[in-house]
Design a protein around this ligand. Sequence first.
Ligand code: CAA
Length: 379
Amino acid sequence: MDFQLTEEQKLIQQTAREFARNEVAKDAAERDQKEEFPAHHVRTMAELGFMGMTVAPEYGGSGLDSISYVIVIEELSKADASVGVICSVNNSLVCFGIEHYGSDATKQKYLVPLAKGEKLGAFCLSEPGSGSDASSMTTTAVLKDGNYLLNGTKNWITNGKNADTYVITAHTDPTGGHRGISVFVVEKSFPGFFIGNKEKKLGIRSSDTVTINLDDCVVPRENRLGKEGEGFKIAMQTLDGGRIGIAAQALGIAQASLEAAVEYAKERVQFGKPIASFQAIQFKLADMETRINAARLLTYQAAWRKDQGVNFTTEAAKAKVFASETAVYASTEAVQIFGANGYLKDYPVEKYMRDSKITEIYEGTSEIQRIVIGRSLVK
Ligand code: CAA
């Protein structure tokens, strides 16, 4: 067992950290306030090879390991969790499925530009009536004259407004339960594809979240990923990897909260001393640091297992549930350490607290992660 990062991983960490600190952090608060999509940062991430990190170089990717991917998402999310999730969705939820289930022609057409960051991707699973119970979706795909016609509504779609390429689940056999679901690659320009209004959110306000309406949306037969009926399994495997990305995003928020709290505690003087000298504050910092460390180890372990080609479903669930709850905990404690200042927009910690909450919800709530872990223990 080796707990050291490799020289390559250290270099990637340094590159991501410099970009995040010098560029992403600079306009994070302003973009948050204006709910502005960071198109300029997405362009730079493409140049840095961050949009298709684990995709094979022959398909436009950087061919990195999953630990490197985790490191990059953590660094981006330390500066701005919105940028972290934009990158994570493109990598984990979009590139993954196309690389593993697309034909060579589909990969050339869709994966290459996505992995190079020339196009942006979104993943469409949830529906107004189908969130945690993912297989209860009602969107349908009917094969007619060589094309599928997709009908339904997908919502809470990250990157939904700015994406070009959408990975969408739908029932090809509505009587087949989860075994009747298939997955499709859909272009924004396809007839019958409509983007709804942008949602107003508590946090990650610089990333866009929309509803997608499919009204006889015409999708060529060859745009199906995998076989008919394989879609639920593909979606679940995709989410296993996605959960590692969200764990990394949560790690970034938690780490940023800790660093801000340490710095502030050393400067803020009360009762004639920096508040960092009080045990009440040190104990908070110690608990934040310990939990963050544990979350990082769980996340690295899940990423490592993914690269070993062994099952990592429960490890991804453990990493996600623990890291996301750590992010909520650490950012809330950071606000507490900042006191009244923590409640103001003049300091970054209120944003960390707002951004942290979604990590307990999307890509499977904490309750769903516990179901995945619990079922594995009693099966
Ligand atoms: N990998 C591969 N296959 C899997 C799997 C996995 N991780 N998990 C389940 N399956 C397979 C099972 O083996 C089973 O296969 P069979 O056909 O052989 O029976 C099938 O899928 C059904 O499994 P379950 O009976 O366990 O299914 P379930 O209906 O009980 O659901 C669940 C399981 C874990 C609750 C699942 O529905 C789930 O993860 N729900 C949460 C959905 C979610 O995470 N949504 C996030 C939305 S995406 C998002 O947030 C993106 C964004 O924009 C940021």
